[in-house]
Design a protein around this ligand. Structure first.
Ligand SMILES: [Ca+2]
Ligand SMILES: [Ca+2]
Length: 319
């Protein structure tokens, strides 16, 4: 055995030891970095969970207020009631939470365009075309054709017969990215974005005026926006709609006859009373919860039926 063997072995051992030390420190640094990331990630997850819990809490609060409203005010809903008061950003542990409730029957329900047996309702098409016209007139960058109403009809109705300037599967399958029509009620008004020829800007402009409820509904004249009131009849002008909104500040239409009488007496207009009512069953709760660095927006669609309130749809981020 060569006499220098032990020396050489010691040298190898030393290099190995240095290598191991270097490796260990590399691993340690990597672990420390990952741990910091893990801590941050866990923190974010906890914050997101907490924000979601607060949002659910707000949704539950809104449901209770709406249930109580039914008990207290019966079959009338108006903007002077408790549910209509928005909750400003309120400090909670770790952040803040804000929320509001909007009556979705104050908007045009897209699913009204076809009736229960999937037949187009001409009066509703006319009302929707009025909304399209008003939204286009309000912004020079928006120009939505009245035919878009037929596209929505085709999207919703069960058949595959294309209406005038409408679009069914045939038209959509010819698109750059082919897809098919839903041929059923819209689940969310954001489905408007799928209509052939509808730009994202058009959708954004329309969204504040429309809803997509699980059943055809009446417009609540106590909560409807000026645009929706105007859409109820050809002879209702912007001036008359504005007058009605002004009148509503001090008065409540307690029944359909109240509204019919007002329009007849003041403006000699006879409205189709199938299209409206003075009460609502569908409400949208929007919650903004901020916890630490996490910001969460949640939308919940609530249905009030026989005095009970249930959440029928919930989405995070976009309505
Ligand atoms: Ca009420
Ligand atoms: Ca169809």
């Amino acid at each position: 055995m060569p006499h220098f063997a032990p020396h050489r072995q010691r040298g190898v051992a030393l290099i190995t030891a240095i290598l191991i030390a270097a490796l260990v420190s590399v691993i340690a640094v990597a672990m420390a970095t990952r741990q910091t990331l893990d801590i941050r990630r866990t923190g974010n997850m906890l914050e997101a969970d907490q924000a979601y819990m607060y949002a659910l809490g707000m949704e539950e609060l809104a449901a209770q207020v709406l249930a109580k409203d039914k008990k207290d005010t019966g079959d009338v809903d108006n903007l002077g009631e408790d549910w209509a008061i928005p909750l400003p950003p309120t400090v909670v542990e770790g952040g803040s939470v804000a929320g509001r409730v909007e009556d979705m029957q104050g908007r045009f329900n897209l699913n009204n365009l076809v009736d229960g047996s999937s037949k187009v309702d001409p009066a509703q098409v006319k009302a929707f075309q009025s909304i399209l016209e008003q939204v286009s007139a309000a912004d020079e960058n928006i120009q939505i054709s009245p035919f878009m109403a037929n596209r929505v009809v085709d999207w919703i109705d069960a058949d595959l017969n294309t209406s005038a300037d409408g679009a069914e599967d045939l038209e959509y399958l010819n698109a750059d990215i082919p897809y098919r029509t839903a041929n059923q009620f819209m689940a969310s008004p954001t489905e408007l974005g799928a209509m052939l020829g509808m730009s994202p800007e058009d959708v954004s402009a329309l969204l504040p005026f429309v809803s997509a409820l699980p059943v055809p509904t009446t417009v609540n004249i106590n909560t409807a926006s000026e645009a929706v009131l105007l859409s109820l009849h050809d002879d209702i002008t912007a001036a008359i709609a504005g007058e009605l909104v002004e009148f509503r500040k001090e008065n409540v239409f307690k029944n359909k006859a109240d509204f019919e009488k007002k329009l007849l007496d003041d403006h000699q207009i006879t409205v189709d009373n199938k299209m409206f009512d003075v009460k609502s069953d569908y409400f949208l709760v929007s919650v903004d919860a901020t916890i630490g660095r996490t910001q969460l927006r949640m939308y919940s669609l609530l249905e009030r039926k026989n005095g009970k309130v249930a959440t029928i749809r919930r989405s995070i981020g976009t309505y």
